[in-house]
Write a protein that binds this ligand. Structure first.
Ligand SMILES: [Zn+2]
Length: 501
């Protein structure tokens, strides 16, 4: 027998449920689902090396099939072109200035602070099983990426393995090829409870250390002794081999019956120069570096044609949480992509990226590219500004719709656009004005970690440089001060060299 007050409470609860369902119906949206989530981060993978972004010859059939099922974003901008910084934004939905990871190697600013909400920590609190499987050291626990995971299959075990003061770090132990990574993922999938959040990081195109099997590299050029040499063909072969392994992962998801209940995101942390703009690697901010592939497939959602609007990788985490009906514990920098995924209009976005190479102990590239010490990019509409605060006169402005390859710098002849984008940057306030001197609080062997980074090609960059900074209001070039509080700029301050130098 149900007593009066309890009966009333029950009736009230049923009424609330009905109202909730009605509200979703009225809004034309489905109630949130506890879908599984798979996020694949493809390290160093340029958008234009995927078939669905225009590379000829059917080079990436599995990723192209995903794009056909879901949505391809044609102007997705990563927040940096080094691994930990960009990954921090993908996983937290925060801009670099918010999550605080600014360099690959420094005395601070290289690791995600404990307690920073990420997709893993948020979804674990929602009862998700969480797992990560990685392919290289720069996304390991050393960089703070391990929080919130039930299973974190990474390379942290390599750190501190030095014996009696000697260190040997065989390169093959610092990274994993995509076939080995996928084998671990497939094993993990079978053991994961539902719903699950799975982050898989792939590394193959980053460098020519672990190469695909020979049948994949037949068309790649070879050196005088028959050895494979760095080339666009070899890079393309690594991307294609990676795609084949992703096909195995997708097949395992389908075989497990989970495919129709799994939201899939594929994104790269940054691209690679491959000789464009005179540079083979990453760490700068041209489009071949920060315009990344972004594919999203939402279960039950009809495929949307390609999205041409500017979006940022900070939009990924809010999108995932939106579809799951999960409210993040604190505001994210990014904004859900749901309207664009569902073919509806959305307010335009501004994307930001930066490279704090001047304060990065591993930015050896500064020896050959000193002008790239500090780079701050802003993309809005079809315009992109790369601001060099230490050398403002060498800043660059591009009209991406007319000049997607960034061949014609318009900085000198479009002062109106320059000022508009400077104001967006100043309002955003991404400036880093000092190398950090905080003691390292992670408790790991930094010397060993630096050795590992060198092994991965991040050769030592020496001591950080210490430019003297000044500030001014955008559009008011006359007044440079050393304390931004001296200024009362309506749009925030712009970072420039000190007037005194
Ligand atoms: Zn990377």
């Amino acid at each position: 027998m149900i007593r009066g007050p309890l009966l009333l409470a029950l009736l009230g609860f049923v009424l609330l449920l009905a109202l909730g369902a009605g509200a979703f119906l009225l809004l034309g949206r489905q109630a949130p689902q506890r879908w599984n989530v798979v996020v694949l981060t493809l390290d160093t993978t340029r958008a234009d090396f995927l078939g669905c972004y225009g590379r000829p010859g059917d080079p990436t059939p599995n990723l192209d099939a995903l794009a056909a099922l879901g949505t391809r974003f044609d102007l997705a901008i990563a927040t940096a072109s080094v691994t930990p910084v960009s990954h921090a934004s993908i996983l937290t939905g925060l801009d670099n200035r918010e999550h605080g990871v600014r360099v690959l190697s420094g005395m601070c600013g290289y690791a995600l602070k404990r307690g920073t909400p990420t997709l893993a920590t948020i979804l674990k609190a929602e009862g998700y099983a969480t797992a990560a499987v990685h392919s290289a050291f720069p996304v390991s626990a050393y960089f703070g990426f391990d929080e919130g995971y039930d299973v974190f299959e990474s390379f942290e075990g390599v750190i501190g393995r030095s014996q009696a003061g000697t260190m040997s770090w065989p390169l093959t132990e610092l990274q994993r090829r995509s076939d080995d990574t996928t084998a671990i993922v497939v094993e993990q999938l079978a053991a994961l409870d539902e719903p699950f959040f799975l982050w898989v990081h792939y590394w193959d195109p980053h460098d020519p250390v672990l190469l695909p099997p020979e049948e994949w590299t037949r068309n790649a050029p070879r050196g005088p002794r028959g050895e494979l040499v760095m080339s666009r063909e070899l890079y393309g072969a690594e991307v294609s081999y990676l795609d084949a392994q992703i096909g195995r992962l997708f097949a395992a998801l389908q075989a497990s019956g989970e495919w129709d209940r799994t939201l899939v995101v594929v994104v790269a942390d940054h691209g690679e120069g491959l000789g464009d703009h005179g540079w083979p690697f990453h760490r700068i901010l041209y489009q071949e570096q920060i315009r990344v592939p972004l594919l999203v497939r939402v279960p039950g959602l009809a495929s949307t044609p390609a999205v041409p609007e500017v979006v940022s990788t900070v939009d990924i985490a809010p999108t995932v949480l939106d579809y799951l009906g999960v409210r993040p514990p604190r505001a994210m920098s990014g904004r859900t992509l749901r309207p664009l995924l569902e073919g509806r209009p959305d307010a335009p976005r501004t994307a930001f990226a930066d490279q704090i190479n001047g304060y990065d102990l591993n930015a050896a590239m500064l020896k050959s590219r000193p002008d790239d010490d500090f780079l701050y990019a802003v993309v809005n509409g079809s315009w992109k500004l790369v601001w060099r605060p230490n050398r403002p006169e060498k800043s660059e402005l591009y009209d991406l719709s007319a000049d997607p390859g960034e061949m014609h710098n318009r900085f000198a002849d479009e002062p109106g656009e320059v000022l508009r984008l400077q104001k967006l940057l100043a309002r955003h306030g991404p400036w880093v004005t000092a190398p950090c001197h905080e003691p390292d609080a992670t408790g790991v062997d930094r010397e060993a970690a630096l050795k590992i980074l060198e092994g991965l090609g991040y050769a030592g960059g020496g001591e950080p440089i210490e430019p003297r900074w000044g500030f001014l209001c955008p559009g008011a070039p006359g007044r440079v001060v050393s304390d931004p509080l001296e200024l009362d700029c309506p749009d925030g301050v712009l970072l420039v060299p000190s007037a005194a130098r």
